[in-house]
Design a binder for this molecule. Structure first.
Ligand code: ATP
Length: 437
């Protein structure tokens, strides 16, 4: 007899024993003489059974039970050829811990009856009960763990930079201004400046997992107004190739871990294969990319940047040409890069974007660490050097050459699982028209 609660996944290890289960009554089937309840907990589902002949009041409780109520059950685990997973639990007692009212959205959806995403987000806590949605966050947990583990193994120091700033961290117009006592404050658009400060502080290599705020009024499947960012900054790099090869190794590590732990489940639930990429990933300079796109008749809005459609087409190209899901797009023009990206000749920056299955997931760049060059580049970009003087100051007292990257984990998950939007890859999405729940 096991008097401790066990989870549904482990019922088959307790055949013949009396066990306690706790979870949600996902489906209830009352056939008069016999009734079945499918109990779901965070690990799995298991069928519970009670018959009229059993000398308990459980059948009556089941008959009055509402779908998705939270229950506690004591019963005997037994093998059953008919039950899903080959095991079920014959109930001895059933207690309703929390009765559920009529559901606003179903947990078990009928084919083709998935509610609209906005309704699903309105009732996110019910939406998240589904195995497919919960799995997204189990995979995310693994991804974040592997990312952090990789950074720690490489001796990186973890930082948590403040999100309250006295000036917009990236400039432009995509910032949120908030009241801060008698002053105005701005929500951090990225840890950019403060992670670079860690280079001047001699931390050499740092990483951060934190909130990023962008006042982007876009309703695309890849933009949120608040998202989690993975940020990395590295000192004493020789150039962009160091950053690229670091990210390659990191992604191989992360995808290996995910494939190992969740590969099968992802295939089953999302019908997609986790592919551990080969190193090196293909690298295509912007000029070449534009020529490839022109050959494929993909319309170009700008000679120096790529649209989502062009990103998708480049993803297809990388797959066809190199059999690769990733591609680094290099040699971005200074026109579309911020003043702090280091430049090489011909108005080209030492920066790149990484596309995964045809969507940008990372921007990488070597930073300009020479204060006088920074001042000049700021001026050229129309940024008042005075307004960023506090930042340029980081580089006035000795700062190594450095560079880093900003990675969007919700975009990685979206692409990895083939989700429609980062709305689904985010625990609670924030967009121009969504602040609750
Ligand atoms: P985009 O051009 O797609 O708007 P960006 O160039 O503004 O992205 P960066 O500022 O380089 O993006 O940010 C680094 C990474 O953070 C991006 O590669 C992406 O993965 C992620 N990211 C950027 N903006 C968003 C957003 N609004 N919502 C979710 N993730 C984002």
């Amino acid at each position: 007899m096991s008097s401790e609660r066990i989870h549904a996944r482990y019922v088959s290890e307790h055949i013949g024993e009396q066990i306690i289960l706790k979870g949600w009554a996902q489906t209830i089937r009352d056939q008069g003489k016999i009734a079945f309840v499918v109990l779901r907990d965070v690990t799995d589902t298991v069928q519970l059974v009670i018959t009229k002949n059993d000398d308990t009041d459980v059948l009556e409780t089941v008959q009055n039970l509402s779908t998705e109520s939270v229950i506690e059950v004591t019963g005997t685990a037994q093998s059953s050829d008919q039950a899903p997973g080959g095991r079920e639990v014959k109930m001895d007692s059933l207690t309703v811990l929390s009765a559920a009212a009529d559901l606003p959205i179903p947990v078990v959806e009928k084919e083709g009856e998935t509610p609209h995403i906005s309704k699903r987000l309105d009732y996110r806590w019910v939406d998240l009960r589904k195995e497919e949605t919960r799995t997204i966050f189990e995979v995310w947990t693994e991804m974040e763990r592997a990312f952090e583990e990789f950074c720690r193994q490489e001796g990186f120091i973890e930082i948590h930079s403040p999100k309250i700033m006295n000036s917009p961290s990236e400039g432009g117009s995509e910032y949120f201004q908030v009241d801060y006592f008698d002053e105005k404050a701005y929500l951090s658009q990225s840890p950019q400046f403060y992670k670079q400060m860690a280079m001047a502080a001699g931390f050499e290599n740092v990483f951060e997992v934190g909130a990023v705020f962008r006042a982007e009024k876009s309703f695309t499947p890849r933009h949120a107004t608040e998202f989690t960012g993975f940020d990395v900054e590295m000192s004493f790099i020789e150039g962009l190739p160091d950053l690229i090869s670091w990210e390659e190794r990191m992604l191989v590590y992360v995808l290996e871990q995910i494939q190992e732990t969740y590969g099968e489940r992802i295939k089953e639930l999302y019908g997609t294969e986790i592919v551990v990429p080969e190193i090196p990933f293909p690298r295509i300079p912007m000029n070449e990319a534009k020529a490839i796109l022109a050959e494929r008749d993909i319309p170009s809005k700008s000679p120096v940047d790529v649209s989502p459609e062009e990103e998708r087409a480049l993803g297809e190209y990388a797959q066809e040409e190199y059999g690769h899901e990733f591609v680094f797009l290099t040699e971005y023009s200074t026109q579309v890069r911020p003043f702090y990206h280091m430049r090489s000749e011909n108005n080209v920056t030492k920066s790149a974007d990484l596309l995964y299955r045809g969507l940008e997931i990372t921007t990488l760049a070597q930073r300009e660490h020479r204060p006088e060059v920074l001042e000049q580049q700021a001026q050229e970009k129309g940024v008042d050097p005075q307004s960023v003087d506090y930042y340029i100051d980081f580089f006035r007292y000795g700062c190594p050459p450095h560079g880093g990257m900003g990675i969007g984990p919700s975009r990685i998950i979206k692409q990895m699982l083939g989700l429609e939007s980062i709305r689904e890859a985010t625990y609670l999405f924030r967009g121009p028209k969504r602040m609750s729940p």
